[in-house]
Design a binder for this molecule. Structure first.
Ligand code: MRU
Length: 352
């Protein structure tokens, strides 16, 4: 795939000899650090600690984790162990399981001596496919945004949540791919970025947009309804961690509130995701496992000066990392195959 105009500032992950170099997202937006993953445990820890995050990037890193494991020991027990360790890193993003299923299928029937090379081949093919899918998502989203901008006769105000930009993928991003393409086409979009407490992935989005020269405004999560009610949002586009067969979408916690506000304010609400995020084995959103993260993420805010405690350690906290937006609130799912109404997802089901 040719991506000559890619507005991406760095590689989220790249093969570096027998290791993988990843951009450490826990240091952003204050510092640009890279980490080297040399072993299965390094890859699993990077996913768990959210040094790499975002559904497609979690899948891409998990594939690399299997390749790293096969370099050390390509036996059947080692393969089973690697698949098991990586599958248990984070529960909600189904791209993780999609990537591991691809690795299992490619490696299972091979002799141990062939596995390391095959594992790297499959990993690089998963990475390339992710970049290509996101590029296609960007094209379909761009068509949508172009038509909308023509109707409004002015640059669009787009709201997003969390980070579904290139940082969350191998390249382009999902929800932000159409935004980058709109910018490259001269449509001059403006993006409302919600901070996305408690992990503040919105700051990653603001960092990306700033580097790409896209106009944007950072908002406290609680301000989004007011901005929509004032008519300052033309469209909402978010990413997804898992989409159930009925079109219900799990994404970063706070997405549901945006979808409800969008419906109340008459703002179209879109989800952008590759087909690897659709879980046809999961009938409804209620069946999607929602990650419960450490309560300390709610009590302690991370900033440029380090950690800042904002609530006593014994304050009871709940920290669901994702929520589920019902299909009925979603105008369309922007996939690499085009924009699908959530009720028609079955049409995107792979043949095999
Ligand atoms: O907990 P995170 O930061 O991994 O959650 C990320 C999200 O919820 C994204 O919106 C989603 O994975 C889509 S990324 C293209």
């Amino acid at each position: 795939m040719s991506t000559p105009l890619l507005p991406q500032a760095a590689a989220t992950l790249a093969r570096a000899g027998d290791a993988v170099r990843v951009l450490d997202q826990t240091a952003l937006p204050h510092a640009e650090h890279y980490a080297t993953l040399a072993t299965l445990d390094d890859a699993a820890a990077a996913i768990r600690s959210m040094r790499v995050r975002g559904a497609p990037l979690i899948g891409a890193t998990a594939a690399a984790g299997v390749a790293l494991a096969m370099q050390a020991d390509a036996g059947d027990a080692a393969l089973a162990h690697a698949l098991d360790v990586l599958a248990r890193t984070r529960p909600t993003a189904v791209n993780l399981h999609w990537a591991l299923a691809r690795m299992r299928k490619r490696l299972t029937g091979l002799a141990a001596a062939e596995r390391s090379t095959a594992a790297w081949d499959e990993t690089l093919s998963i990475w390339a496919a992710d970049a290509a899918c996101n590029h296609a998502i960007g094209g379909h989203g761009l068509a949508l945004l172009t038509a909308m901008a023509e109707r409004h006769g002015r640059p669009l105000n787009i709201m997003t949540h969390c980070n579904a930009g290139w940082l969350a993928t191998v390249a382009w991003g999902t929800a932000l791919a159409p935004v980058y393409m709109a910018q490259l086409q001269g449509l001059r979009p403006h993006v409302w970025v919600s901070e996305t407490r408690p992990r503040n992935q919105g700051l990653l989005t603001a960092w990306e947009l700033r580097r790409a020269g896209v106009a944007h405004t950072l908002l406290a999560d609680n301000a989004c309804g007011q901005i929509m009610a004032q008519g300052q949002v033309d469209v909402v586009i978010v990413g997804a961690d898992r989409i159930a067969a009925n079109g219900d979408v799990a994404n970063k916690v706070g997405t549901l509130l945006k979808a409800l506000a969008a419906q109340a304010c008459g703002v179209p609400f879109y989800v952008a995701a590759p087909r690897s995020t659709i879980d046809f084995a999961c009938p409804r959103g209620a069946d999607i496992p929602i990650e419960k993260r450490d309560a300390e993420e709610v009590r302690v805010v991370q900033g440029m000066q380090g950690a800042c405690r904002i609530a006593p350690q014994d304050t009871a906290c709940a920290n669901p990392a994702f929520d589920v937006t019902p299909a009925a609130l979603i105008a369309g799912i922007i996939t690499e195959q085009g924009v699908l109404p959530p009720a028609q997802l079955a049409g995107a089901r792979p043949q095999s």
